[in-house]
Design a protein around this ligand. Structure first.
Ligand SMILES: NC(=O)c1ccc[n+]([C@@H]2O[C@H](COP(=O)([O-])OP(=O)(O)OC[C@H]3O[C@@H](n4cnc5c(N)ncnc54)[C@H](O)[C@@H]3O)[C@@H](O)[C@H]2O)c1
Ligand SMILES: *[C@@H]1O[C@H](CO)[C@@H](O)[C@H](O)[C@H]1NC(C)=O
Ligand SMILES: *[C@@H]1O[C@H](CO)[C@@H](O)[C@H](O)[C@H]1NC(C)=O
Length: 312
């Protein structure tokens, strides 16, 4: 019971493979683009050596031992042999995922857990072509999963509690931080909260209240400072002498007043959205060089933050 199959070896498949081998599991990687899974292992090898050098390799095993747990497969049936858990990471296209899970179900026994990485599709859509859906769920990671450890576990209406429990235990064992949604909902939890933040940030910029640069500082130097360690609920609980109940008595009306003044859903395709885009492009030019430099910076900073959280 120690083999996990990762299907799709792009950005997310590669990260999942690294996370699972860090927990000592054997990982079989499959991609339908020939040679892609083998490429992925080469990339992982490079990355793990670098991580080992800077002391950021996860898990108890060294890089050489972790790399030895990986294998690549261009054949789906072979890739699924012996697996107790399947993590799907293919393109975010409903029909691709539906057909894939239909094929996978025919190749594995009934107790194998089928898990999708989908960001935006609900489980009842993704697993509609699977017969036995009690062992299906979404395990939605956050990019990059190696440093950002949250995983949202989202059940299909038919998913057994045991499926979610086993996945929760697996994710915990490999060092991720799983959370459970009790039922499916569009956007899950993370992207719904993210959408709310994006919408109000967008309106404030669009309405000429604040600049693109400054609204990002509101998050990175303000709210984000505590949100890396405590969430909005605990934040309220700590911010009044007698906790959450007291906080709501003091500030509840104020928050309701502000919430009632929120504008409509932004029209991201509107003509004046162009102004927001060009303001952003002026701050960080959207050429490949500038963007990848900023992505590297982001990953480097997240690595530092995850180091800090480790000994919190
Ligand atoms: N990138 C993110 O930030 C992020 C975050 C969370 C979740 N996700 C989800 O993870 C999934 C993968 O995203 P990604 O960014 O890694 O995409 P990607 O395009 O980098 O990789 C997809 C890989 O799947 C392979 N593939 C496509 N169809 C296949 C099939 N039928 N069988 C086997 N392999 C197939 C492709 O060859 C490619 O290597 C998506 O569902 C996405 O929504 C992405
Ligand atoms: C990794 O660990 C194994 C087993 O302990 C050991 O034989 C090997 O030399 C180690 N490799 C590196 C690069 O540290
Ligand atoms: C980023 O954009 C600026 C301005 O267009 C440019 O001078 C610079 O060379 C670009 N590349 C990097 C890596 O900063």
């Amino acid at each position: 019971m120690n083999i996990i199959t990762v299907i799709g070896s792009g950005l997310i498949g590669r990260s999942w493979a690294m996370v699972f081998v860090s927990g000592g599991y054997r990982v079989k990687i499959y991609d339908n683009k020939p040679g892609q899974a083998a490429n992925c292992i080469n990339e992982i090898q490079k990355q793990m050596m670098e991580l080992q050098e800077v002391g950021m390799l996860r898990g108890q095993l060294n890089a050489t031992q972790q790399i030895a747990l990986l294998s690549s497969h261009d054949d789906l049936e072979q890739a699924l042999q012996g697996a107790f858990f399947v993590q799907e990471c293919v393109f975010e296209k409903l029909d691709v995922k539906q057909n894939l899970f239909r094929d996978v179900e025919r190749l594995v026994s009934g107790d194998v857990i089928l898990s999708s990485s989908t960001s935006c599709l609900v489980p009842s859509a993704v697993f509609s072509m699977v017969q036995n859906r009690c062992r299906c769920l979404v395990s939605h990671p956050v990019n990059p999963p190696y440093y950002v450890k949250l995983v949202e576990l989202v059940p299909h209406p038919d998913t057994m509690t045991a499926t979610v429990d086993k996945t929760h235990a697996l994710m915990t064992k490999v060092g991720q931080v799983p959370v459970r949604l009790r039922k499916e909902i569009d956007g899950f939890a993370l992207n719904r909260v993210q959408a709310a933040i994006i919408a109000e940030s967008w309106r404030l910029v669009q309405d000429g209240i604040i600049s693109v640069q400054d609204i990002d500082l509101v998050m990175s130097e303000g709210l984000g400072m505590r949100y890396a360690f405590i969430g909005p609920m605990e934040t309220m609980h700590l911010n009044a002498p007698e906790g959450l109940g007291d906080y709501l008595k003091r500030y509840g009306d104020g928050f309701q007043r502000v919430l009632r003044s929120f504008g409509p859903v932004p029209d991201f395709s509107a003509e004046d959205a162009k102004n927001v885009v060009s303001e952003m492009n002026e701050l960080i030019p959207n050429d490949e060089q500038n963007l990848s430099a900023r992505r590297e910076r982001r990953d480097h900073l997240l690595m530092g933050l995850s180091r800090l959280k480790k000994d919190k």
